[in-house]
Design a protein around this ligand. Structure first.
Ligand code: SF4
Length: 182
């Protein structure tokens, strides 16, 4: 095992421990915290139950149970899609957002902000992630404005895959349709 692999293994173990502690503080399971964290970052094509199953590699039944708990605790709400029939989007409530305050993600961000070149580090981590997802045969999720389908023609941003306009706040979110730029 190389030193870099060892560091990544250690970081992964620390993150898992932090998620468990965050969950226990709120009387939740780690998957509940992870799904809340996912939903706050997911774009309009990805805040769906099927995308959660893909992202975490879990069954639709597990997703349904997880969402039922989060809904019962009033941490998420379901919103019908105005244009796509039966599609349901999942949104965090203010109580759901409050659960994520001072979470492992915020502590990690503070650690990253101490690094001299955060952009280069993020690029390296993204490349490692994409390579590992390919090796494992997993669906790649990535940030919208770094996607092969992202378009900025005529001063507007839109998705080249769906043809739909993208609001600025959506372009920093993650998407299940993301594709590696050529
Ligand atoms: S540009 Fe890519 S990441 Fe953004 S919405 Fe389209 S498919 Fe998803």
């Amino acid at each position: 095992m190389s030193t870099a692999t060892l560091y990544l293994e250690r970081l992964s173990a620390l993150l898992q421990q932090a998620v468990r502690e965050d969950a226990a503080r709120h009387g939740l399971l780690p998957i509940h915290i992870q799904v809340l964290q996912y939903l706050v970052q997911a774009n309009q094509y990805s805040d769906l139950p099927i995308a959660i199953a893909d992202y975490f590699g879990i069954t639709r039944g597990t997703v349904s149970q997880t969402l039922a708990v989060l809904e019962r605790k009033a941490l998420i709400v379901k919103q019908a899609d105005a244009r796509h029939g039966k599609r349901i989007h999942l949104k965090l409530t203010p109580a759901g957002m409050a659960v994520l305050q001072d979470s492992w993600a915020e502590r990690m961000q503070r650690a990253l902000d101490m690094q001299p070149d955060g952009a280069a580090l993020a690029g390296t981590l993204r490349d490692i992630l994409v390579a590992l997802q390919r090796l494992n045969g997993q669906h790649a999720f990535g940030i919208c404005r770094q996607c092969a389908h992202f378009r900025t023609d005529g001063g507007t941003t839109h998705c080249g895959l769906t043809g739909e306009a993208l609001a600025t706040e959506q372009t920093g979110k993650i998407c299940r349709e993301w594709a590696t730029p050529a």
